[in-house]
Design a protein around this ligand. Structure first.
Ligand code: NDP
Length: 301
């Protein structure tokens, strides 16, 4: 039985792995996709203390290499079941059959991007609809694209796309962006950007790929916007249902835990975006990873 099992290899999970290894714990990290988490898709990180301008990919890679070098074990399998208790130990089972027995557990499962829930959304994904501007933006070089959302992700995506595409629309459901003012100012300084405020995307048009989107204004009026792509950045949702039998989740599905990362179950900690918190940032995810790992290591020794 290992000391600390960590579910998720994003910033919180990888930081937890580093701290738990340095505390002398045996550590296994489960990850269902590539290591690094959400930050991989950020072209440039400007708000992580001491590392201005580092790319999300480079940052995530360094973190992964650091955890590996310290001896954390990695299992690339999506966790499908977690059971047990602090008294008996926890059992983790992956979709491809990977298993692990652990004295303590750190849930660092992050969040996934929210979908629009529109007819044709799945079919058009990869055919004009994308959830990652840095991954797919280059396919639309010199073309017209639209970004849907008003948060930091949407505005950063739109800024990134201004350097690649001829025209960038940004569609947001309110008349004010949620994103940081500095990012909004930067976006609006580009002359190939046009805002579509007080609109939501209500329909998708095209045969085998997107050619236009239907927009609905808050006053109920509709219009069609011709575009070669729609980059969707309308927020994040947790994916914690696999943990619902062992820890308390809130109504939105986040693991209930405070700044000490302690959950409703002894021996289970929650770190990063997956837990209830006000500020979901890289630096707070890293902080959670350290807090959770120190606490889990103390309990498991
Ligand atoms: P956010 O939750 O910050 O923003 C989501 C945006 O999508 C909001 O503008 C919201 O509108 C809109 N929205 C939500 N649901 C819908 C819907 N059903 N239909 C239409 N619009 C919708 O998510 P982000 O992904 O932008 O950011 C997540 C977190 O990561 C935030 O804390 C953010 O600050 C952080 N982040 C930080 C970065 C940085 O600091 N450089 C970079 C990227 C992300 P409304 O405003 O009306 O609620």
């Amino acid at each position: 039985m290992i000391d600390v099992a960590i579910i998720g290899a994003g910033t919180a999970g990888l930081t937890a792995a580093i701290y738990a290894r340095r505390a002398g714990s045996s550590v296994t990290v489960f990850e269902g996709e590539a290591p690094g988490g959400q930050i991989i898709n950020t072209p440039e990180i400007d708000n992580f203390p001491g590392l201005p301008g580092i790319s999300g990919y480079e940052y995530a890679n360094k973190l992964y290499e650091q955890a590996q070098a310290l001896g954390a074990e990695f299992v690339f399998d999506k966790v499908k079941k977690v059971s047990g208790s602090f008294e008996e130990g926890f059992s983790i089972l992956g979709e491809y059959g990977a298993t692990c027995e652990a004295k303590t557990l750190i849930i660092a499962s992050g969040v996934k991007r929210r979908e629009m829930g529109l007819a044709g959304e799945q079919e058009f994904t990869g055919r004009g609809i994308s959830y990652c501007a840095t991954c797919d933006g280059a396919f639309f070089k010199g073309k017209t694209v639209a970004v849907f959302g008003g948060g930091n992700t949407a505005v950063e995506d739109a800024i990134y796309l201004t350097g690649i595409c001829e025209k960038v629309y940004i569609i947001h459901r309110r008349n004010q962006f949620r994103a940081d003012a500095a990012l909004v100012d930067e976006l609006l300084s580009h002359d190939n950007v046009e805002t579509k405020l007080c609109f939501t995307v209500s329909g998708l048009r095209g045969e085998d790929k997107i050619t236009a989107v239907e927009l609905t204004n808050i006053d109920g009026s509709k219009e069609e916007l011709t575009t070669d792509a729609l980059f969707v950045a309308i927020g994040l949702i947790p994916e914690n249902s696999v943990f619902q039998d062992i820890v308390e989740l809130d109504e939105a599905g986040y693991v209930v835990a405070g700044e000490d990362c302690i959950t409703s179950a002894e021996g289970v900690f929650a770190a990063g975006d997956c837990r209830t918190k006000d500020v979901r940032q890289l630096v707070t995810a890293a902080a959670d990873g350290a807090v959770a790992a120190v606490a889990a290591s103390k309990l498991s020794h």
